[in-house]
Design a protein around this ligand. Sequence first.
Ligand code: SAH
Length: 270
Amino acid sequence: MTINHQARKRFGQNFLVDQQIISQIVSAVGPKPEDNLIEIGPGMAAITEHLVELCPSMSVLELDRDLVEFLDEKFSQYPNFTIHSGDALKTDFAEFYQGNELRLVGNLPYNISTPLLFHLLSVRHMIKDMHFMLQREVVDRLGAAPGTKAYGRLSVMIQYHCRVMPLIPVPPESFRPAPKVQSAVVRLKPHKTMPCVAEDELLLSKIVAQSFQMRRKTLRNCLKPYAEHLTTVSEVIDMGRRPEQLSVKDFVTLSNHINQSIHASETVIK
Ligand code: SAH
């Protein structure tokens, strides 16, 4: 079955046409019949039609209603294939869980990729793994090591929650229409056991965001708003370093130190 669908820019539609890349994605995912597999943005089913052969009970989530109609017809012979019509950013993924960890797949519109990653991290304990096609530059940032140019807020926050594995580089010619940028497929696996635990995750994300606002300055300068909680910090972290030199673990140590100090001062006030 085919469809005469005009790619819509506002839905970030760049359809995969490269069969070799498609089969590499499908083998990287390696779907099993019992998986709780969900594809975000199936589009014209370039990846879906292969996934469904291996996992007939998979679900898809698509924003474009015309495509929902097309998918409904195309997969009508799969009784357990479920189509959800809606916006991934507004979807409560916990509803998909039902005791079986989610495996998420998507060639995502690049304009929603970062907010969607953060949205998904809020249910990370229900997720087994994620395979996403993203802008190559974003994949580089996700996996970046401390001290490199690509290392920043996104690297720290994603690596705090997940193991990042860049898998497949994908050139613009693999899509119709071709995007202006290079792409790459990345696998993200939420940690089963957290390598380091922030006592207050919201505080960690604030500290990390604040630190990278001025990445050329020293930590002490970046974190001036927290100065009153940093009087004894040099026992745990060298504040003369630049934020990009700190590992994820260092940021967690720093955040926990500030958290302790905030709680200690609250106790005094009481
Ligand atoms: N997976 C297909 C299509 C990729 S294009 C392929 O590889 O060929 C991106 C797809 O995401 C489109 O189908 C688009 O309609 C859909 N989409 C865009 N924004 C979305 C959102 N917020 N939630 C769910 N799907 C979305």
